[in-house]
Design a protein around this ligand. Structure first.
Ligand code: PEP
Length: 250
């Protein structure tokens, strides 16, 4: 069965609750449009807005941008998986490069979070990707391999079916410097073969997204690649009109 295309907006630390609710209201039309086009869509607002977005549009897939791997405890400022579940959130972005760079996220902590999400039956978008220095040193595949193998360690084949992986070269996030469609295909294909090596043919069901300065003007080129099943989009996902154009141009 063909993998369904997925367009996911990562709002990062943007939008107040009121702004998020306004988008959620508009997202009813977006969702209907995406259904017509056969594309799955979702957004990842800040923790504070999650419940509000779900309340305004319960049909929309909504992800948290992070979570802790413990269910509760002395972790000031963190949010636990059961707390997300309680408000109807069942998707979480794990290991975004901004979490890795600014908040000391490692492949090991990502792995703990992914195992906890597996236990909770929730869907992760697991982000991997090399920095500019690693890219320039020709280490992309070495870095991505370690992130994929260490991050996904111990997950079951059955669970892998619902895991989404996002390849986001750090040098292309928010910089306007896109990776070429050839690079996106090369690394997304590489990731699929890594998954196949560890988990077998479930690899053909895993959705692999490209992320990094995706815009309405370039989304189509990426989505034409055989191993690119969608996009994780930051800046261009913040405005309803731009999100609509992304769907349209897929
Ligand atoms: C992201 O935040 O994951 C991202 C890819 O951002 P942008 O689209 O703004 O580069």
């Amino acid at each position: 069965m063909a993998r369904r295309k997925l367009l996911f907006g990562n709002w990062k630390m943007n939008k107040t609750i009121a702004e998020s609710k306004a988008f959620a209201e508009e997202s009813k039309k977006l969702l209907a449009f995406a259904k017509e086009k056969g594309v799955d869509i979702g957004v990842a607002p800040v923790y504070l807005s999650l419940a509000a977005v779900k309340e305004v549009n319960p049909e929309l897939t909504v992800a948290a941008e992070n979570c802790h791997f413990e269910d509760h405890g002395a972790f000031t400022g963190e949010i636990a998986i059961p707390m997300l579940k309680e408000i109807g959130i069942d998707w979480v972005i794990i290991g975004h490069s901004e979490r890795r760079t600014y908040f000391a996220e490692t492949n090991e902590t990502c792995n703990k979070k992914l195992l906890a999400l597996q236990a909770a039956g929730m869907t992760p978008i697991y982000c991997v990707g090399e920095t500019l220095a690693e890219y320039e040193a020709g280490k992309t595949k070495e870095v991505v391999k370690e992130q994929v193998l260490k991050g996904l360690k111990g997950l079951s084949k059955e669970y892998m079916e619902q895991v989404v992986i996002a390849y986001e070269p750090v040098w292309s996030i928010g910089t306007g410097k896109n990776a070429s469609k050839e690079i996106a295909q090369d690394i997304c294909g590489f990731i699929r073969e890594l998954v196949r090596g560890e988990f077998g043919d479930v690899a053909d069901k895993v959705r692999i997204l490209y992320g990094g300065s995706v815009k309405p003007e370039n989304v189509h080129d990426y989505l034409l690649q055989k191993d690119v099943d969608g996009a994780l989009v930051g800046g261009a996902s913040l405005k309803v009109e731009s999100f609509k154009q992304l769907i349209e141009n897929i």
